[in-house]
Design a protein around this ligand. Structure first.
Ligand code: ATP
Length: 398
C-alpha cells in the first residue's frame, strides 16, 4: 500500500522510543546510516524472537500437518527464471524531475503526473528490478551471477520431492520456513514497514487441486486470528481481498491481513492461492518429477495446488509496537502495552534501595527467575524513573 513521504507524529514518537530504549537502530549509524536497513537492539531482538517463536510453535510444531525447513538464501539462478521473478519481479518507478523523489507508480493515484511532495513533473515509468544481484565464485573461474532471494517460498518448492520422499507426508500438508529475504525496493520509509533486508514467515500448504477455495478461506481466517493472539486489537485488523488487477503473476486469488497503521491500512501478510503454478514451473524448467503419489486414489500421480501464507516478521513487529504504543498524557509518559505473550521482558525486579538487605533478596529472586523468564533487574535511579523505563519497554505492572 501507501508509502507517502509524510511524517506521522505517532510514528516519529515510536521511532524515537525504539532508539532510546534499544528496540531498533538505523544500520551503520556511525557512517550516517544506510537507507531502509535496520538493526535490532536488545529489546527489539527479544520482541522479534518472541514473534518468530510463536509463529513457529503455532504454525509448525503444534500442527501435525505442517513441517519446518530452513533453506539457503543463495539458490541456483534458474530457480528465479522458473519462478517468474526474473521476468516479472519489477515495479514501475517514476521520479520527480525537480526534487528527485522516487515513487512506485502503482502507489500513486491513477493518472497522477505531478510529484506529491513538491508538485514537480514526474518522469515516464521505468521498470525497476527488485532483486539484488551478486556473484558466486571469483571472476577468474567464471563467476556465476546469482540473486539474494526475494522470498523464502522458492526454497520450499524446489525441495518438494525431498520432503515427500523423506517425511511420509499425506495431502493436505504444509511446509513452513522463516528467514531473511532481500528486495531492492524503490520507495522505502514508514520505518521498518518496507525495508531492503527483512524476514519472512512463509508456509506453503499443498492440497488436492479443486480444494483451493475452501483452504484459502480456512487459512485467511486462521492467520487473522493469529494476529489477535499476539494481542493486537481486533478493530485494527482486517482481511482484504485483492482485486483482479492487483494479483501477483502466480496468484489466482489472494487476501491480505492488514493493520490500521497511522498512515492507513497496510498489508502485514498475504494469503494467496498459487494453484499449481510454482511446482509446474519447476517441473518444466528442471525436468524433474515434482509430484505426489496419491495412495488414497489408486496411486494417481498429481501435482498439488498450493495455498501460501506469507508474513513479514518486521511488519508484524511494527504492527505489534504501533498497537502497544499508548501516550498517557495525564502523566506525560509513554506506555508500551504489549501482551505478555510478546513482551520483550516478562518480569522486572527493583530493590527499593541499593546495597541493602532488600537488594540482596531482590538479586536472589532475579537470579532464580532468569532461567525461566526474560527478566530485568534495575537498581539505578528513583523508583519512579525505573518504572518509567519499564513502561517504555512494555512491562506489565502486576
Ligand atoms: P508490498 O505490496 O507492500 O510491497 P508485497 O505484496 O510485495 O508487499 P509479498 O511479496 O506478498 O509482499 O510478501 C509477503 C510479506 O513479506 C508481506 O506481507 C510483508 O509482510 C513482507 N514484506 C514484503 N516486502 C517487504 C519489505 N520490503 N520490507 C518488509 N517486509 C516485507
Amino acid at each position: 500500500m501507501v508509502n507517502k513521504p509524510v511524517s506521522y507524529p505517532v510514528m516519529e514518537k515510536l521511532i524515537a522510543l525504539s532508539r532510546r530504549r534499544g528496540f531498533l537502530f538505523q544500520s551503520s549509524e556511525i557512517y550516517d546510516g544506510i537507507n531502509a536497513v535496520y538493526d535490532y537492539g536488545p529489546m527489539g531482538v527479544e520482541l522479534k524472537r518472541n514473534i518468530k517463536d510463536l509463529w513457529w510453535r503455532d504454525m509448525i510444531t503444534s500442527r501435525e500437518d505442517i513441517l519446518g525447513m530452513d533453506t539457503a538464501i543463495l539458490m541456483h539462478p534458474r530457480v528465479w527464471e522458473a519462478s517468474g521473478h526474473v521476468t516479472n519481479f519489477h515495479d514501475p518507478m517514476v521520479e520527480c524531475k525537480k526534487c528527485k523523489r522516487r515513487y512506485r507508480q502503482d502507489n500513486l493515484p491513477e493518472g497522477q503526473e505531478t510529484c506529491p511532495g513538491c508538485g514537480g513533473a514526474l518522469t515516464e515509468p521505468r521498470q525497476f528490478d527488485l532483486m539484488f544481484r551478486t556473484k558466486l565464485g571469483s571472476t577468474a573461474e567464471g563467476a556465476l551471477d546469482i540473486y539474494l532471494r526475494p522470498e523464502t517460498a522458492q526454497g520450499i518448492f524446489v525441495n518438494f520431492s525431498n520432503i515427500v520422499s523423506s517425511s511420509r507426508v499425506k495431502l493436505p500438508f504444509g511446509i513452513g520456513q522463516l528467514g531473511k529475504a532481500f528486495r531492492n525496493e524503490i520507495t522505502t520509509g514508514n520505518f521498518i514497514f518496507r525495508t531492503r533486508e527483512f524476514e519472512q514467515m512463509e508456509m506453503e500448504y499443498f492440497i488436492r487441486p479443486g480444494e483451493n477455495a475452501e483452504w484459502l478461506d480456512y487459512w485467511s481466517k486462521e492467520r487473522l486470528k493469529w494476529y489477535r493472539s499476539l494481542g493486537i486489537r481486533e478493530e485494527k485488523l482486517r482481511l482484504r481481498q485483492h482485486a483482479e488487477d492487483e494479483l501477483a503473476h502466480y496468484s489466482t486469488a489472494c487476501y491480505d491481513v492488514e493493520y490500521a497503521f497511522p498512515y492507513g491500512y497496510s498489508e502485514i501478510e498475504g494469503i494467496a492461492d498459487r494453484g499449481t503454478y510454482d511446482l509446474q514451473q519447476h517441473i518444466d524448467h528442471s525436468r524433474k518429477k515434482l509430484q505426489y503419489v496419491d495412495q488414497e486414489n489408486r496411486g494417481e500421480k498429481i501435482v498439488p495446488a498450493v495455498i501460501e501464507t506469507s508474513a513479514g516478521v518486521d511488519r508484524t513487529l511494527l504492527a505489534v509496537m504501533t498497537d502497544a504504543f499508548w501516550e498517557d498524557e495525564a502523566n506525560d509518559r509513554i506506555v508500551m502495552r504489549f501482551s505478555p505473550r510478546v513482551a520483550p521482558f516478562k518480569v522486572a525486579v527493583f530493590p527499593t534501595f541499593q546495597k541493602s538487605r532488600d537488594a540482596e533478596v531482590a538479586r536472589k529472586l532475579y537470579e532464580e527467575l532468569r532461567p525461566h523468564f526474560a527478566a530485568f533487574y534495575d537498581d539505578g535511579g528513583s523508583i519512579g524513573k525505573r518504572y518509567r523505563r519499564q513502561d517504555e519497554i512494555g512491562r506489565r505492572s502486576a
